[in-house]
Design a protein. Structure first.
Length: 342
């Protein structure tokens, strides 16, 4: 089962040393957005930039390092093992690294430790997009219901009202299928909700996207049916016509179907197609981050800023495509990421 272990959870110890073995590329691969900016160095980078990475990223980092040196021959990216989210965050917090490449949202304990060490939040810059449905490589998330369920779409507000006890989006609690517009033999029947147990990379993603609003952190209902991993959730939903859950696209099973998701009640509602995930238009598409320290109101370290701009350039995102697993960012997402550096 270890080969199916999703990102954000511990894998075999050798992955921390060598990185997670890469899967076969998906048959259909995205192309580069033609509007991506070409890389134009602003300053020369010499010497060593110390970094960390999670175990799904070292092979991509090696590609970035070689490409970056074509522009900065005297620069060296030192991103050694152990690979993993926890060790990487720890080295950054201990000031033993200039940046950290994280393939999941930071845990609350990591953020708290960073604030204790630096007195402010870290800078998190999305620098690449996840996969569509690769096992363990930032597959997109999907909300699923039983195959016979007519539900076709659901909004963040409805999900928050169904999943959370804090209901930061202001909706009244949702507990029955008719509250989601599903009638027939489900009229007035309870929604049986399946979800991965906190803390988990998948649940932290959903918590931050849906349950948390602004500085108000969302909390899950305590009466949900929690599982230790996301892997069995599709099977539980397939066995129960009254069930709803969320899982990774890599762990879909017969007997369920995905529903379209929208951030706002009035849409647009988008399903988890490969194209929608590659375009970043699907709400539960995932990203990975470059994390660094930056004092509020101050400029980011010039070498780290130069590396980040390179990764976000046409040349940097081309390495994502040629790596063959993740999706490159689209130009609009790159513009948002670059704005975080100013």
């Amino acid at each position: 089962m270890s080969a199916l272990r999703p990102s954000g959870e511990s894998g075999p110890k050798e992955w921390a040393v060598s990185g997670r073995p890469l899967p076969e590329p998906e048959l259909l691969r995205p192309t580069l957005d033609p509007d991506l900016p070409a890389y134009e160095p602003r300053t020369r980078v010499d010497g060593t930039l110390r970094g960390t990475a999670t175990d799904v990223l070292p092979f991509l980092v090696a590609r970035w390092a070689a490409s970056f040196r074509r522009f900065h021959p005297n620069a060296r990216l030192d991103v050694p093992p152990p690979y993993g989210g926890g060790p990487g965050a720890k080295r950054l917090i201990e000031r033993d690294a200039d940046f950290s490449l994280q393939s999941r949202e930071l845990r609350p304990v990591d953020l708290a430790a960073f604030r204790d060490a630096f007195g402010h939040d870290p800078l998190l810059v999305p620098v690449g997009a996840g996969s569509w449905r690769h096992h363990g490589f930032l597959d997109a998330l999907t909300v699923i219901v039983h195959a016979t369920n007519p539900l076709e779409r659901i909004s963040y507000g409805q999900l928050d009202a169904l999943w959370s006890r804090t209901r930061n989006r202001g909706g009244a609690p949702i507990r029955t299928w008719d509250q989601l517009g599903v009638g027939g033999d489900r009229q007035g029947t309870p929604i049986h909700v399946w979800a991965p147990k906190p803390w988990n990379g998948y649940e932290e993603f959903v918590r931050q996207r849906v349950l948390s609003v602004g500085s108000a952190r969302g909390e899950w209902r305590e009466d949900l049916s929690f599982t230790d991993l996301v892997i069995p959730i599709a099977g539980h939903v397939a066995a129960d016509p009254l069930a709803l859950g969320y899982t990774g696209m890599a762990f879909l099973a017969d007997g369920v179907h995905s529903v379209a998701i929208a951030e706002a009640d009035d849409g647009p509602y988008v399903g988890p197609t490969q194209e929608a995930v590659a375009r970043g238009s699907y709400a539960f598409s995932r990203v990975f981050y470059l994390v660094a320290d930056r004092e509020p109101g101050a400029a980011l370290s010039a070498p780290v800023a130069e590396l980040t701009r390179f990764i976000l350039s046409r040349e940097g995102q081309r390495e994502v495509v040629e790596h063959g697993v993740f999706n490159p960012l689209r130009a609009d997402a790159v513009r948002r990421s670059l704005a975080l550096l100013d």
